[in-house]
Write a protein that binds this ligand. Structure first.
Ligand SMILES: NC(=O)c1ccc[n+]([C@@H]2O[C@H](COP(=O)([O-])OP(=O)(O)OC[C@H]3O[C@@H](n4cnc5c(N)ncnc54)[C@H](O)[C@@H]3O)[C@@H](O)[C@H]2O)c1
Length: 712
């Protein structure tokens, strides 16, 4: 044994080649946390003085190294720029020392080698992968860039074009592509990884392979001419900035760093990388995106706690084969839970099946699944017109028409046919879970399970706890949502549940802005610039104007402060039966493009509609629009915490990000409040107090502002 620590050890193989194995104790994966870096430093110091024939880096876990320990980022990035740079310099010293070892080195990439893990692998002379290996630099997704030499070594190894693409997109790269582009040198069977590495080292020693030349290439300037460099980086910058958009600075910064460093040697190039890294690490965007990652982990751990006590769902049922029921059946079967899909109309069932068929074949054409999977998934959706087989299901999702009387009748009829242990979950978007539970003899077995449209695409599922829902019911529903590949968030029952309750004050703000003279085109543009994937008018068209009008009525009844005491443009569209995308016309007009997707065009009739609801038009600045739109949304989110509808700021914010597309780089409504400062926010909302209750912060927000507290 040459070195033994809690994260790694080094032994000498019979061939005289040293083998450094990462095996972080008390962790399912290897990562570059503080202890691993410290031990790697110590081990490399010893290896510099060890007479070995070569060195292999391997892993005792199913993955190689997943990257840095992101949980350590928040603390570290709060340090001074100097401290962050020192951390980079020290880390890079280890990797440079690995690159400079006096014998050939190879990384045995048995699984994922991402971020810092891949950077370490790039500091060795060769990389051998397995079929399942995945490499890449996801850093830009966290708002930063590779900081341990990734921007230096990758372009020198695989060329500027490929490196710009890999680093700028943050993609995971499969071993086959990595081999084709030169980032790994061979793909072998898992069990032969170490012997293949030994073989490469032996060939290097026998001078059949020139490992020193590869080293030199990684440590020198790029070999492109100035013109070639210019073309490569100009193209990449245009592409990457168009993909990332102006709110995500990391991908462009990463490409710029590579450009600046292109004619430098390793030492100089690393300095450019440090500068870029430090600059990004200090941005609010990076902090928010890192928090997003931590939020994901938090949601996972919460779901795990629920699932611990959950009984398994091995057979499911869904009532209604419409837009939602069809999507639910598809998703359930795709993820391995066979499902009975019941409707009252054969056409409904046919439509549900043909949608599933279409979705599956799309996946097949993309190469994601084979014909066998298409057949087996379709076989797992059983369309029925009666309740045959429902006496064997573990859970039923109700997704029939949004009518309280019909839903109650159907729920009560269904309950009598189910085993007493079965769970019933309603996908209602507006009806109280407690109201529906009145129809049931076993209300404890009932809760809400609110999916978003389109079900296969939208990640969020709100699991709604009614006053009588048992913990077992919630646990089983959470487990089923997870099994379907969704992200469940448990919330308490109230009108609109979490997401719609927060969305409708935002729509209220939109209607009032138009009423007060703003142009809806400008509102859409301002909110899209703010970071929303679509502005509120476009969103209303997508959701459906009829659905929005109905939901608004329910919200205003539940929360009188959400009442709009004027006729809105939305009402006018509804009266004219212009329901948005589904009817071809709403705030915008829609025509199908060549691929059958609705294309957004100007609806000339809107001018008249807007004039009919506006007394006068007046100029608004974009900043004013953003304030007037965001204040009610933020206030309502805070109220959802105050009222105990959702149990943490993280869950509230993730509901908005995953359910509505709230811009992730802003971290959610409460995170946005924190960044703005709560007292500053209260000051701003005070400016708009004459606009009504939606602009008045709740007591807990006021108290928190006064006490100088934050939500996170
Ligand atoms: N569409 C959305 O964006 C969306 C989003 C979230 C939740 N929801 C909710 O999901 C539910 C379904 O909405 P949808 O958009 O899929 O509606 P839809 O009109 O597309 O489908 C409803 C289906 O239910 C069937 N049906 C009616 N009565 C039935 C019964 N007694 N038994 C079995 N099937 C019956 C109908 O034939 C129809 O196929 C509603 O409660 C809705 O509020 C909808």
């Amino acid at each position: 044994m040459i070195y033994s620590g809690s994260a790694l050890n080094v032994t000498l193989l019979p061939s005289g080649i040293a083998n450094l194995t990462f095996d972080l104790s008390d962790s399912s994966v290897n990562k570059f946390n503080e202890i691993t870096l410290k031990e790697l430093r110590e081990a490399v110091e010893i290896l510099k003085r060890t007479e070995a024939a070569g060195l292999i880096f391997s892993s005792a876990k199913p993955t190689f190294i997943v990257g840095a320990d992101i949980t350590e980022f928040t603390g570290m990035f709060a340090e001074s720029e100097k401290k962050i740079e020192d951390w980079l310099v020290q880390g890079n010293r280890i990797f440079n020392d690995i690159e400079d070892l006096p014998y050939p080195t190879v990384s045995a990439l048995n699984g994922m080698a991402l971020g810092g893990g891949f950077e370490m692998a790039l500091s060795t002379d060769f990389r051998v992968g397995a079929e399942a290996s995945v490499v890449g630099f996801p850093e830009v997704k966290l708002g930063i860039l590779p900081g341990f030499g990734g921007t230096v070594r990758l372009p020198r190894l695989i060329g500027a074009d490929n490196a710009n693409q890999w680093i700028g997109s943050g993609s995971h790269i499969k071993s086959k592509q990595a081999l084709a582009e030169g980032a790994i040198d061979a793909i072998v069977a898992q069990e032969s990884l170490v012997s293949a590495c030994e073989d490469l080292i032996k060939q290097s020693i026998a001078e059949k392979i020139d490992y020193r030349r590869i080293r030199e290439q990684k440590k020198s300037a790029l070999t492109l001419s100035p013109i070639e460099l210019n073309v490569a980086f100009e193209t990449a910058l245009a592409l990457v900035s168009a993909q990332a958009g102006k709110n995500y600075p990391a991908p462009v910064t990463a490409v710029e760093v590579m450009r600046k460093a292109a004619s430098s040697n390793r030492e100089e190039a690393l300095k450019f990388e440090h500068q870029g890294f430090v600059k990004l690490a200090k941005t609010e965007v990076a902090k928010n995106l890192i928090q997003m990652f931590l939020n994901d982990q938090f949601l996972n751990s919460k779901a795990k706690k629920h699932i611990k006590n959950a009984s398994e769902v091995s057979k499911a049922g869904v009532l209604g084969a419409g837009i939602m029921g069809g999507g639910i059946a598809y998703q359930s079967a795709l993820k391995g839970t066979p499902i009975l899909m019941k409707d009252i109309a054969q056409e409904g069932l046919d439509l549900g099946m043909s949608e599933a068929n279409k979705l599956l074949n799309k996946r097949r054409l993309k190469g994601k699944i084979g014909v066998e999977k298409v057949i087996s998934v379709l076989g797992d959706i059983k369309p029925v017109l009666d309740y045959k087989g429902f006496d064997e299901v573990d859970i039923v999702i109700e997704a029939i028409v949004e009518n309280v009387g019909i839903k109650k009748m159907v729920l009560s009829e269904l309950e009598n046919l189910l085993p007493s242990s079965s769970t019933i979950a309603s996908n209602t978007s507006t009806i109280s879970i407690d109201e529906l539970s009145l129809a049931l003899q076993r209300p404890e077995n009932f809760c809400g399970m609110h999916f978003f449209n389109p079900v296969p695409v939208m990640p969020l599922v709100e699991v709604i706890r009614g006053a009588k829902s048992s913990e077992e019911t919630i646990a089983k529903t959470v487990a089923y949502a997870k099994k379907m590949g969704k992200t469940p968030i448990v919330v308490n029952n109230c009108p609109g549940f979490l997401v719609n309750r927060i969305l409708f004050p935002y729509f209220g703000a939109f209607s009032r802005l138009i009423h007060d003279g703003a142009s809806f085109n400008q509102i859409d543009k301002a909110m899209e610039d703010f970071g929303w994937p679509m502005g509120p008018a476009y969103l209303l068209d997508v959701i459906g104007v009829d659905t929005a009008v109905h939901c608004q009525e329910v919200m205003a009844e539940g929360f009188p402060r959400m009442n709009l005491n004027f006729e809105s443009a939305i009402d006018r569209l509804y009266q004219g039966k212009d329901f948005g995308q589904k009817s071809g016309k709403g705030f915008y007009r829609y025509e199908k493009d060549k691929r059958g997707k609705p294309k957004k065009l100007i609806n000339d009739e809107m001018r008249g509609i807007i004039e009919s609801v506006q007394e006068k038009s007046r100029e608004f600045t974009d900043a004013e629009i953003v304030e007037r739109m965001m204040i009610p949304m933020c206030i309502e989110t805070a109220l959802c915490i105050e009222d105990g509808i959702v149990s943490s700021p993280i869950e509230a914010d993730m509901g908005l990000v995953l359910g509505l597309g709230f811009p992730a780089f802003r971290g959610g409504a409460l995170r946005y409040l924190d960044n703005l400062g709560l007292s500053k926010f209260c000051e701003i909302s005070d400016k708009y107090s004459e606009l009504g209750e939606l602009y008045k912060p709740g007591q807990s927000l006021l108290d928190k502002a006064r006490a100088n507290e934050t939500y996170y």
